[in-house]
Design a protein around this ligand. Structure first.
Ligand code: PRP
Length: 206
């Protein structure tokens, strides 16, 4: 399942992120904000347990989130998506995974893995702004499943149709929440028209 956001705020902020005139400070603010909006959409099906809450006026029927969340940013570019979401869900666990794409083969190369050895959460949100070939997301899901993770969702800003297809082929049960699906991948594996390299644009490198 692919959920492309229709939210005007998401579209507006993503358009600002695309602009060549947007500097790293503004880019970091925007990625944080868009990540929060996408997370709001991606968590709409979390389950809650009914609880009684004492208010100053009586007893209300409330809801308590009954599922624990794991946030899995793919380094580097996924890091900018963590903080805003974490503020909304402070009890979430954050697990880091480091992957970079080999420039020749476009295959993901693993250089860091701080995933737990057994599942400690019920829902995993994989955070990465870019889904290009899909290789990094597929490798991350493979790793999470090896750790016993059951419910996994991908949350990203931009995707190429090629990456969506590869991810759906490899992991058809993993929902993809994305701000925008773009036109295509170019010959060096970048999303077109895209927004450039989300890691470089956040961290002021490149
Ligand atoms: C980018 C991006 C994704 C990956 C997407 O990371 O942030 O992780 O490429 O490409 P894929 O779908 O083809 O795997 P990059 O390798 O540039 O590393 P960085 O985040 O450290 O800049």
């Amino acid at each position: 399942m692919v959920f492309e956001s229709k939210h005007p705020l998401v579209k507006h902020k993503l358009s600002l992120m695309r602009s060549v005139d947007t500097k790293p400070k503004k880019f970091r603010e925007l990625i944080r904000e868009v990540a929060m909006l996408l997370c709001y959409e991606a968590t709409a099906d979390l389950t809650t347990t009914e609880i009684a809450v004492e208010t100053p006026m009586g007893t209300a029927v409330g809801q308590d989130l009954s599922e624990k969340i794991g946030l899995i940013p793919i380094l580097r570019a996924g890091l900018g998506m963590v903080d805003g979401i974490w503020e909304m869900m402070p009890s979430a666990e954050v697990w880091h995974i480091g992957l970079y794409r080999d420039e020749e083969t476009l295959q993901p190369v693993s250089y860091y893995n701080k995933l737990p050895t057994f599942p400690t959460v019920q829902v995993c949100l994989v955070l990465d702004p870019m889904l290009a070939t899909g290789g990094s997301a597929i490798a991350t899901i493979d790793n999470l499943q090896n750790c016993g993770a059951q419910r996994i969702k991908i949350v990203g800003l931009q995707a190429a149709p090629e990456g969506i297809a590869a991810l759906q082929n490899a992991h058809p049960d993993v929902p993809i929440h994305i701000a925008q699906i773009d036109s295509h991948l170019n010959n060096i594996g970048f999303i077109v028209p895209g927004l450039g390299d989300a890691g470089d644009r956040q961290f002021g490198t490149g």
